[in-house]
Design a binder for this molecule. Sequence first.
Ligand code: ADP
Ligand code: MG
Length: 521
Amino acid sequence: MTEAAVERFRALTPSEFFYRNKELAGFSNPARALYQTVRELIENALDATDSHMIRPVIKVVVRREGEDRFFSVTVEDNGIGIPPAHVPQAFGQLLYSSKYVLRQTRGMFGLGAKMAVLYGQMTAGKPVEVVTSTILSKRIHHFKVSINIKSNTPSIVKKGSYSKLSEWHGTSVRIYLEGDWMRSKSKIYEYLKRTAIIAPYADIIFEDPEGNVLYFERSISKLPIPPREVKPHPKGVDLEMLKMMASATKAKTLKDFLVKEFQSVGEVTALRIISRAGLDPRKSPKSLRGHEVERLVRAIKEDDKIKPPKGDHLSFVGPEIIEAGLKAVLKPEFVAAVTRKPSVYGGHAFIVEAGIAYGGEIQPSDKPVLYRYANKIPLLYDEGSDVSRKVIDTIDWGVYGVSFPAPLAVLVHICSTKVPYKGVGKESVADVPEVQKEIELAVREVARRLRRYLMKKRREREEAERAVAIVKYIPELVRSLKKIVGDVKEDMLEKELLKMVNMKLRAMRINSVDEVVVALE
Ligand code: ADP
Ligand code: MG
């Protein structure tokens, strides 16, 4: 055997792995990285505000830094802030997160901010700058942190604090990186617009590198009900997870373990599962052997009497907020939205919402414009492979009175503690049959409302056209009447009748007889 044939083995740290595979998290090139950085920081800002009943005020600045290729992205929020002890790891250690609990959040991989920090470090060579203060804190803390790639640990380049003179709380994060503004501009604008649609309760201010300022002013004060943390549902748990839970639990017996650590499991259900698995309910969960855990998992899978997971811990947006968002940003003539009841796939509860907007300032297109969201995050890439696109494209819109090209936009929002994303880039949702069905039911429901509106409008139009046809006879009618009744003030009568027809048309949102006459010609 030659020396060259000997392989050298070692493990990669998460930082090294993502350093080599940054495209997995959406950081594939300078354009994409700039977009992804803006996005990850905004998502963190929103998680820190609306999930805690704070009306978000978010300021985003993308600035050119010296050379053409370099930029800084700064996102400031009025959220709950970050305790200073956690700042270094939150920004300098991959896979460090406060969101590794079963709760619906925008973040979920403990990667977003760090990937931006890592990319910035690789391209611009600068640490991330964080300024933060929690609600009760009397001080404001500032940090400069970079990532030690080899060991996946943070290094604090600089830190300090000063006393807080105002009530300010929140976080400001600045990342320097190589970007490509021209190639990411339209995506970033689209992302902000779509964020404004789903979060019309937020004030969002954006300053771009050209000095343009875009302001999405809050248009509704209502906030979605925040998500709550839940225990896992037994049907959503696999072998490894069950093993980990059994070794971590404080419960002394198998029965208590199932009752305490899972949702939808009471004493009766716990005993049924345990007996189906052929185990002793008094057994300590810590003493479970591999094959016993397997039996437990199988027993859970086979049990069809376990109550399905409830969705009351999920934070949906609600029809009122969706309609307000669509109205404020798209300025359509018609909107409708619906929130479906919670449903379940593979042990995970989810809720689908749909909105529809028609006419007004929406530009006609050959198929419906689709706005996709998952846990309130707009999804922009990979639309073609997303389950929502598939559903929208299989619907025969003629049934709903729409013929293309038409000014039609459809919004689909899926919320869940486990959205079936296709990758860690969080860009498209897989076609899970249960989810697909709910999307279709939601979209068809708002589409039916659109149909009612369009039919009513069509009826009114026909009525208007009839009125116009009759209006033409007014002068002749008045002349004939005069012959019969004698002294009629012709002008007055004619004016009066026209006025009445006009009033009727206005009520139908048609401007005047003239407009209809013109439209008819
Ligand atoms: P994730 O969002 O998936 O948890 P991130 O790397 O984006 O991962 O963020 C890591 C953690 O840092 C978050 O879980 C959160 O606790 C904290 N964090 C980041 N940004 C903010 C912010 N703007 N306000 C409050 N906490 C934040
Ligand atoms: Mg995040």
